[in-house]
Design a protein around this ligand. Structure first.
Ligand code: GLU
Length: 511
């Protein structure tokens, strides 16, 4: 039997990174088992519908190279894949449940439901559900006469279809992540299956679609675990017990401090919680995205794969194909995973390092609107030198700006520490030696500087650090000899000369 998984988001807002991880796991599981991933849009809750949400989901998945085999935007034989376009099917199944005695019509108004909860609360009932213990006191087709029902319908009273759960039955199912899970029906609700607005609820539509789309594995967030016994019952009521999918509920993604589900407010956490940036002009809200802050799709995927799963080996860097091969549900952890943005950055840095200089140069250049002002060959050459230190493509411009113009500011604290008269005199002489070099190559520069330091019995830090500051303004970076070579003799000498005056001023101002 072909493995078929689905990602079934509700378009109620911009897709959070937690949902993307669910999509990724469903994708990896499908791909690792020669199966298909379906993208189904669960848009039955019209009151929460957000127009841009569907496009955002598709764009996010496409950026991350999580490619559904069928679904909204991808075609397929089991469509339509938008639930709002499948209303008839759900209605038919809701009526089927009624016919089989597993569901009933209920006419209770919101006030009546409220009154029921109040009464149960006063009686200190252990729960306040509409179920086997309470349904006989409510207004539904189990308690009303045929005539009362006809009258209510003729009056235009609103009604819903509720599932009729058995009393005091323990429902047990196997979860691939959690093992055996049980719930008692007395703790459950006769949930609404079909609403008065002609739309099914999540539960009915979800189960009907999983069956009709031949889904074999339901991989979804932990928040749906408590809905699963109801789904198991629906499979039974429909007579589909032997076709029930395998369930796997993924652990929650937690805030970095381990407290609570990962927030939707990245601004407060200091890192994005959305794959792509978005802006809601109507609500005046916006959020950063991983794409816009410089994440490589493969790095984000690799990171997300590890937020709740591990391969059981030391290997951390995995291509998407390798992840699909290695991924298995039995290595998904039961406990929530704290979101580790530092680790995400680490993955990105590793992915940048592994890129060819050419490809990285393109990403670096893409950060600029005036790319024609730059010599691509020079950028290719320089990224090779800088990539060990970069986390994001834009780091190139903040860390290597000195290749394009002389530093405008300097690390003043270090200058104050190192700008001593004797060091100055030596640097002056060293400058003349460098100026006299015929071949201004890294190796020659290094030899000249190092022999000078050794001959004069100086400390490396006393000379190399000020030299680096003079050339770049910064106290860290790649080899200072390599930097000097890239700058060329004329520019290097000029920076040393001009820097002397600036450094004097900085040092004097301090004393
Ligand atoms: N529409 C549900 C959601 O938004 C899908 C849950 C499931 O996968 O069954 O998460």
């Amino acid at each position: 039997m072909k493995v078929r998984t689905r990602y079934a988001p509700s378009p109620t807002g911009f897709q959070h990174i937690g949902g993307i991880r669910t999509a990724l796991y469903a994708y990896l599981f499908a791909k690792g088992n020669n199966g298909d991933l379906i993208l189904r849009i669960e848009d039955t809750d019209q009151s929460r519908y957000v127009e841009q949400a569907e496009k955002y989901i598709i764009d996010s998945l496409s950026w991350l190279n999580i490619k559904p085999d069928e679904g909204v935007g991808f075609g397929g034989e089991y469509g339509p894949y938008r639930q709002s376009e499948r209303k008839k099917l759900y209605h038919k199944h809701a009526l089927d449940l009624v016919m089989k005695g597993h569901a009933y019509f209920a006419f209770d108004t919101p006030e009546e439901l409220e009154a029921m909860r109040d009464r149960l609360s006063k009686e200190k009932a252990s729960n306040q559900q509409y179920n086997a213990l309470t349904r006989m006191q409510m207004r539904n087709t189990l308690t009303m006469t045929e005539q009362e029902v006809q009258e209510a319908i003729a009056r235009g009273d609103k009604y819903v279809i509720r599932v009729k759960l058995p009393e005091n039955e323990t429902i047990t199912f196997q979860d691939e992540v959690r093992g055996e899970v049980s719930f008692n029906t007395n703790q459950m609700d006769d949930k609404v299956m079909f609403k008065s607005d002609g739309m099914p609820t999540y539960h009915l539509a979800n189960v009907v679609d999983d069956r009709h789309m031949k889904v074999t594995h339901v991989i979804r967030g932990e928040e749906w675990l408590s809905s699963t016994p109801l789904h198991v019952l629906l499979y039974r009521f429909f007579g589909w017990e032997d076709k029930m999918p395998t369930f796997a509920h993924l652990p929650l993604m937690l805030n970095p401090n381990g407290k609570g589900k990962l927030s939707k407010r990245g601004k407060e956490l200091g890192f994005p919680v959305f794959p792509l940036a978005w802006e809601d002009l109507k609500k005046g809200q916006s959020a950063d995205g991983y794409r816009e802050i410089g994440f490589i799709p493969g790095a984000l995927v690799n990171f997300l794969a590890f937020q709740g799963w591990n391969p059981g080996t030391e290997q951390e860097i995995f291509s998407q194909e390798e992840l699909a091969k290695a991924f298995s549900l039995d290595r998904v952890s039961k406990s929530g995973s704290r979101f580790d943005f530092e680790k995400a950055k680490w993955f990105n840095a590793e992915y940048l390092k592994a890129m060819s200089d050419e490809a990285l140069a393109d990403l670096v250049l893409a950060q600029k609107s005036n790319t024609l002002d730059y010599d691509r060959a020079q950028i290719v050459d320089l990224v090779g030198m800088m990539k060990e230190r970069m986390t994001f493509p834009q780091d190139f411009w903040t860390q290597a700006g000195y290749f394009f113009e002389a530093p405008k500011s300097y690390d003043e604290k270090t200058i104050r520490k190192k700008w001593k008269d004797e060091n100055k005199a030596h640097l002056n002489q060293l400058k003349d030696k460098l100026n006299a070099l015929g071949d201004f190559q890294e190796a020659q520069i290094e030899k000249t500087v190092k022999s000078y330091i050794e001959e004069n019995d100086l400390k490396f830090g006393d000379i190399l650090l000020p030299l680096r500051l003079l050339l770049t303004g910064q106290k860290g970076g790649p080899s200072v000899f390599a930097i000097a070579e890239k700058l060329g003799k004329e520019e290097s000498i000029k920076r040393i000369q001009e820097g002397f005056q600036v450094f004097d001023k900085i040092a004097n101002a301090a004393s």
